[in-house]
Design a protein around this ligand. Structure first.
Ligand SMILES: Nc1ncnc2c1ncn2[C@@H]1O[C@H](COP(=O)(O)OP(=O)(O)OP(=O)(O)O)[C@@H](O)[C@H]1O
Ligand SMILES: [Mg+2]
Length: 218
């Protein structure tokens, strides 16, 4: 198992938003986390990323206890994250936005080159817009940059929070094609992707989890 979550709970301002959640992500599999607005998808991802304090339970990644690790250790462990609201640095170029995790991990130039080559193979547009500012590109392009940035850190696991949300249909198809190409190019990568509509992820996901009011349901 790449990621093993056992009876995980976390809180925001004293309210429990993730309730005794247990699941495992296998190496090389894509898992869809489905839930309505406010179900707790983002909170669960933020908890796994170390951005919400754990009040109960265990998170284990490739045998190492994640509970003890800081949020900023995740990239070093090979875990990448594309948050729902993207959080690009507006004054950085597209390329520099994608390089931030590489700097944090002190990746070698050779490794950066390899990861950029993978990212550009999934989305050639990212190479073309590399010198534009993060704040001056379209929302759809920002989603692709957020995926590229997640892949710069995440060579073992990536967490994608509602990447399809708000994408025009043509862009959603392109994004899904990039994910399929990613699956081919990185057969050992584990992917956790959230969505409100399970239909969208049927062609992509190997496993489905459903969250309601912070708990996984059968
Ligand atoms: N900053 C916050 N302060 C207080 N409560 C919050 C905060 N952020 C989220 N919550 C609450 O936590 C619960 C889970 O929210 P979360 O954002 O994780 O859901 P979600 O499934 O990601 O929803 P969406 O589909 O809208 O992104 C909700 O009840 C929400 O009201
Ligand atoms: Mg959310």
């Amino acid at each position: 198992m790449a990621l093993n979550i056992r009876t995980l709970s976390s809180q925001i301002a004293g309210n429990t938003v993730v309730r005794q959640v247990s699941f495992a992500l296998e190496k090389g599999k894509t898992t869809a986390l489905i839930g309505r607005n406010g179900a707790g998808k983002t909170s669960l991802l933020r908890t796994v990323m170390g951005l919400l304090p754990v009040s109960e339970g265990e998170m284990e990644f490739q045998g190492a206890n994640l509970n003890q690790r800081q949020a900023h250790d995740r990239p070093m462990l090979g875990i990448g994250y594309a948050p729902e609201e993207r959080r690009l640095i507006a004054k950085f170029t597209v390329l520099d936005n994608m390089l931030v995790p590489a700097w944090a991990c002190k990746l070698s130039q050779a490794e950066i080159g390899r990861r950029l080559a993978l990212i550009y193979s999934l989305s050639p547009e990212l190479e073309q817009i590399g010198s534009r500012l993060g704040g001056l590109i379209s929302g759809g392009q920002q989603k692709m940059v957020a995926l590229g940035r997640a892949l710069m850190a995440g060579d073992k696991l990536i967490l994608l929070d509602e990447p399809f949300q708000g994408l025009a249909p043509a862009l959603a198809i392109r994004y899904a094609e990039s994910l399929k190409a990613l699956r081919q190019a990185q057969p050992d990568l584990s992917i956790l992707i959230t969505e409100s509509n399970p239909k969208l992820l049927e062609p992509i996901a190997d496993q489905f989890l459903t969250i309601e009011r912070g708990s996984l349901v059968a």
